[in-house]
Write a protein that binds this ligand. Structure first.
Ligand code: HEC
Ligand code: HEC
Length: 418
């Protein structure tokens, strides 16, 4: 354990308790007694599934200080046509729409070229992950929530318009293009952000400290936005196993979303201190909610069951996948002999590009818990495998498995079933 920050102390204590057998490792980053004092206004009903769900969907943690005050996104969105908003991967919650708008949409009577429609949708809380304040048709402030990247919709009304599906990765969301639209971002950075493409984000490129964006690493290495369902009993989160869910929620909520709060991790030399903390007190409820999010079950008829059964056997035998993808979560991250630490893999073990890991606290990759795979291509942290066939071919080569074409096809069917 190199780090001695508050977060790590919570860790050590929690892991010691895990050893004692009665403590859920998921809860490891619940605020320590030494956590920053919670300001009065941040208190309130903090636990319970509903509250956690509301935080996940609607809480900006005060990140308007980044999206409005610094990035000036309220001016950009004021001019944004709904058709372009959908093109950027934003999703519309059909259940937030009043009957009049639904009827108008059905009748093809909504002008998708009119930015005023975008503003109205935001006023109705219908644009998933976007919170705005609207006064007489003018957006006066704008912020984002967790749901922006980690929710999608079931397309039940139309493509990108449907019921919320929390925990699903928004594989269409083009965060780079959105941020690049800010008038305060310089030309060079705009070009860099625009290269990220849909479904990707780089949480190691910069951090917001409450006043300004600070550069962390350059050039950016965008990674895939993962789903956040199916994380119960996984224990250590992120592609590199940097910490439990709440550790990462704080990292993102404060440094990336730009929420008001305090974050410290000496392993990566990141210290953010702000006068108010609207994130830390909400982490337990947010954690509880994330743990309720189940992985989707593949649709009937989406795979060949007999082939998947053969693939399942291969996964555990000749293809050697289960040496790392173990147990019900399909990861070995909790098998470390020292249970205060995640069990991780050097990039070369699975033929991964080491550059992203080098920017993280652990410098290694966690065996990704396999879940809802059909929902969130591309695969691997950097999206280097476009399809599940690419995944299997990658391992066949790197591990020298010598699988036949039939065996590869069976393995793919099995992966589709997860
Ligand atoms: C701008 C997009 C974005 C937003 C907003 C965002 N995340 Fe994430 N999230 C990511 C990316 C990208 C990763 C992958 C990081 C990694 O694994 O290194 C990630 C990873 C995660 C993980 C780890 C998943 C795993 O498999 O280990 C969790 C849990 C998570 N986010 C929860 C949240 C919560 C809760 C919020 C709100 C506080 C949030 N995220 C806001 C993009 C986002
Ligand atoms: C040596 C350990 C190890 C073995 C063996 C292994 N994996 Fe993995 N697997 C990993 C690691 C580590 C990652 C994360 C790589 C990354 O994203 O950088 C991963 C990622 C994946 C992913 C991507 C998941 C996602 O959501 O992006 C899939 C799919 C996968 N493995 C399937 C397999 C299959 C199939 C096999 C057997 C042919 C296999 N793995 C063998 C360690 C292993």
């Amino acid at each position: 354990m190199q780090a001695i920050g508050a977060v790590s102390i919570v860790y050590v204590v929690a892991m010691a308790l895990t050893l004692a057998g009665w403590f859920d490792p998921q809860a490891a980053a619940r605020p320590a007694p030494s956590a920053p004092r919670v300001p009065e206004q941040a208190q309130g009903p903090l636990r319970g599934v509903m509250t956690g769900q509301e935080i996940f969907r609607f809480d900006t943690f005060g990140d308007e200080q980044l999206w409005t005050d610094v990035l000036q996104m309220h001016h950009v969105v004021q001019q944004l046509k709904p058709i372009d908003a959908l093109g950027l991967g934003l999703k519309i919650d059909v259940e937030a729409l009043p009957e009049s708008i639904i009827a108008a949409l059905r009748a093809d009577d909504v002008n998708l070229e009119d930015p005023a429609v975008t503003v109205e949708l935001i006023r109705l809380d219908a644009v998933i992950g976007v919170k705005g304040t609207v006064n007489a048709g003018q957006l006066t402030s704008l912020g984002i929530t967790c749901a922006l990247c980690h929710s999608s919709v079931d397309d039940s009304f139309a493509p990108s318009i449907g019921r919320r599906m929390d925990g699903w990765a928004n594989v269409d969301l083009n965060v780079g293009a959105i941020v690049a639209a800010s008038p305060v971002i310089g030309a060079e950075l705009k070009t860099e952000f625009r290269q990220w493409g849909p479904g990707k984000y780089d949480p190691r490129h910069h951090a917001f400290d409450g006043k300004a964006l600070r550069s962390l690493n350059s050039p950016s290495l965008p990674i895939v936005i993962p789903p956040v369902y199916g994380l119960r009993n996984v224990g250590f989160e992120t592609f590199t196993g940097d910490g439990p869910i709440s550790y990462w929620n704080a990292y993102v909520g404060i440094g990336q979303m730009g929420g008001k709060g305090n974050f410290r991790d000496d392993r990566i030399g990141l210290i953010i201190e702000q006068p108010q903390d609207l994130v830390t007190p909400k982490l337990p409820a947010l954690l509880d909610y994330q743990l309720t999010l189940r992985s989707p079950v593949p649709a009937r008829g989406s795979l060949d069951a007999a082939a998947a059964a053969r693939g399942r056997r291969l996964f555990r035998t000749e293809a050697r996948c289960a040496t790392c993808h173990q147990g019900q979560t399909y990861t070995d991250v909790l098998t470390s002999p020292r249970s205060t630490q995640p069990f991780l893999h050097a990039p070369a073990e699975t033929g991964m590009d080491p550059r992203y890991a080098q920017r993280t606290a652990t410098r290694m990759y966690r065996t990704t818990p396999l879940r809802g795979l059909l929902q969130h291509p591309p695969y691997f942290h950097d999206g280097s495998a476009r399809t599940l066939v690419d995944v299997v071919n990658h391992y066949d080569k790197v591990l020298g498995l010598g699988l036949s074409a039939g065996q590869k096809a069976d393995l793919v069917e099995f992966l589709k079933s997860l």
